[in-house]
Design a protein. Structure first.
Length: 290
């Protein structure tokens, strides 16, 4: 990092609660070093009630950008000055640029989802998909699937049925996609729905460190050979959900690739430079294995 540190260093932050499990500070600080950029990335644990005050402070301090994670991806829109096309459609933001006090929201999760699933595009087109969760990750998944993968049907499954129904109505209004269904996360009643899905996405935080023994689905009958199971949780790299699906012969993917590729797009928005993805991924994998 250049010698101008302490005087010209640009500051990027992460807002979420909790954030102890996040790899984002490691990813971005290593990437800044690789590119020899005078930036630093710091995590800020902020509860929802303090979100507006935190943003006001961030602008006052002259910070240059932010990442946003659980549970703020939807609520934070209320405090932004502008939105990108995809974040406006999705109704959730995970990246913010700050220029002359103006905050613009983006959703780079789309890039991470595409990087993870694009190899299966032809298999997903015209098939049924099930998404577990109704937060920012689910919103980005629904948008990406409708826009780029053209599935036959999308099932939105959530512990609180009303939140799933809200997304169903939201994306019909936004994207005129009629084949959305909502269901309560009650596994015994979902076996047929999940088993008939070519793709299952866990877009919830269930199974995330430190509660690694938890899983949104614990029934092996829900999975089968040639199915695609994508868990957005990246810590641990192999969740209980993925282990169960793998044992039934499914193609399984954790959230690390999505994490790196969405981070790469954020990095580009803040710095104007490309993140060294391959080099960064190797460093991240080595860190996780320690």
């Amino acid at each position: 990092m250049k010698n101008s540190f302490y005087t010209n260093t640009k500051l990027i932050g992460l807002l979420g609660h909790p954030i102890k499990q996040s790899y984002s500070p490691f990813i971005h600080n290593i990437a800044f070093q690789f590119r020899e950029l005078d930036y630093i990335y710091l995590p800020f644990d902020v509860v929802t009630d303090d979100l507006e005050n935190a943003l006001n402070g961030i602008v006052a301090l002259g910070m240059n950008g932010l990442n946003v994670t659980i549970p703020h991806k939807v609520k934070i829109i209320d405090y932004l000055d502008d939105l990108s096309e995809e974040s406006s459609m999705i109704g959730a933001v995970n990246t913010i640029t700050i220029e002359q006090g103006s905050l613009k929201g983006y959703n780079t999760d789309v890039h991470g989802i595409l990087a993870t699933l694009n190899q299966f595009k032809n298999e997903i087109i015209g098939e049924k998909v099930s998404i577990i969760g109704a937060g920012g990750g689910a919103r980005a998944s629904i948008f990406t699937l409708i826009r780029y993968f053209k599935p036959k049907e999308i099932n939105i499954i959530n512990r609180t049925l009303q939140r799933a129904e809200t997304l169903q109505v939201y994306f019909y209004d936004k994207m005129r996609f009629e084949h959305l269904n909502s269901a309560e996360l009650f596994p015994p009643d979902l076996i047929e729905t999940l088993n008939s899905s070519k793709l299952i996405i866990n877009a919830s935080s269930v199974g995330m460190y430190p509660v690694t023994e938890d899983s949104p689905i614990n029934l092996e009958e829900a999975f089968h050979k040639d199915q695609i199971v994508f868990d957005m949780v990246y810590n641990p790299t192999e969740t209980k959900l993925l282990s169960l699906a793998r044992m039934q012969g499914a193609n399984v993917f954790g959230g690390l690739k999505m994490l790196v590729h969405q981070a790469a797009k954020s990095f580009e928005l803040w710095t104007g430079e490309e993140m060294p993805i391959e080099k960064l991924s190797q460093s991240l994998e080595a860190m996780i294995k320690k």
